[in-house]
Design a protein. Structure first.
Ligand code: UDP
Ligand code: BGC
Ligand code: MN
Length: 296
């Protein structure tokens, strides 16, 4: 009887260790980063070719986990989207290899606005946050435009001690910030930073101002903005015209004087939308949402 118990415990110690027992945490500085990158949009990529090239490294839904270490953060990349399929191909082609080199445990969420109503970038981002949280215990959210490609892989798509603005040096603004409080393009917030500001506004229909409202929220909650320098923070934006149903909304700038009040009632606590479809491609999770957009 006694020997049998001893035998059992012996076998227990000889069991091959499972992965999470053997892997160490990924280092603070990912070792395979290369620095400045060549980015151009002339090459004719197809979704098919990008799938062939990098699909084997990914799990369904555009999900990745570093094979050789435990990622420091679980990151959901949220993209507000409608009718920019060519841009999506460029984004996936450039970003997947960068994000892999950054050793992130990440998933790419493309949040598509259903229908032809007025576009609402910030509300789509809110829906993306909620839908991502239903799938996995993310601790960091990167909110990105579909047309912005980083030109340096040291610009890490993760979260920091303060909300981070990543797209600090865009080509269309001469590789500078257009103004000091600019928070547009690409940003990252941890779950707690995002909840502290009640998420993003749902009421900025059409183009302009929603990123300035998010900036205000962050400052009003006593946080500051973290940023990479102007070398690591370079971006190329794929050239485009203003989209249909996303005209500059003249009502938006004036709303920015009210952020301190409106942020308490307009945000993640008032978000209403319905999911119409979730499709998992190997390169991304596509979520089609009805955000109750006005037609004009
Ligand atoms: N967007 C989109 N479809 C639209 C309008 C906007 O997918 O019809 C998304 C897309 O991610 C885009 C972002 O919203 O990059 C911001 O819009 P836009 O690029 O027009 O803004 P800007 O170029 O002025 O920063
Ligand atoms: C708008 C922002 C926009 C910025 C840069 C500002 O006037 O309010 O939403 O990101 O211009 O284009
Ligand atoms: Mn753009």
């Amino acid at each position: 009887m006694k020997t049998k118990v001893l035998n059992n415990s012996h076998e227990e110690t000889r069991r091959p260790p499972n992965k999470s027992e053997t892997l160490g945490h990924c280092p603070d500085t990912p070792p395979k980063l290369v620095g400045p990158l060549h980015v151009e949009f002339n090459s004719k990529q197809t979704l098919h070719k990008v799938r062939e090239e990098m699909g084997s490294h990914l799990l369904e839904g555009g999900r990745y986990k570093p094979p050789d270490c435990i990622a420091q953060q679980k990151v959901a990349i949220i993209i507000a989207f409608r009718n920019r399929h060519e841009h999506l191909i460029h984004w996936l082609y450039y970003l997947h290899p960068i994000l892999m080199r950054q050793q992130l445990d990440y998933t790419v969420y493309v949040i598509n606005q259903d229908g032809e109503g007025v576009f609402n970038r910030a509300k789509l981002m809110n829906a993306g946050y909620v839908e991502a949280m239903k799938q996995y215990d993310y601790d960091c959210f990167v909110f990105s435009d579909i047309d912005l490609i980083p030109m340096d892989d040291r610009n890490l798509y993760r979260c920091f001690d303060n909300p981070r603005h990543l797209a600090v040096a865009m080509d269309k603004f001469n590789f500078h910030l257009p103004y000091n409080t600019f928070f547009g393009g690409v940003s990252s917030l941890s779950k707690s930073q995002y909840l502290k500001i009640n998420g993003f506004p749902n009421t900025f229909w059409g183009w302009g101002g929603e990123d300035d409202d998010i900036y205000n929220r962050i400052i009003f909650r006593g946080m500051s903005i973290s940023r990479p320098d102007l070398v690591m923070g370079k971006y190329r934006m794929i050239k485009h015209k203003r989209d249909l149903h996303n005209e500059a909304n003249p009502k938006n700038p004036g709303k920015l004087r009210q952020t301190l009040q409106t942020m308490n009632t307009d945000g993640i606590n008032s978000l209403k939308y319905t999911v119409k479809e979730i499709k998992k491609d190997i390169l991304y999770t596509f979520i089609n949402v009805d955000i109750e957009a006005p037609l004009k």
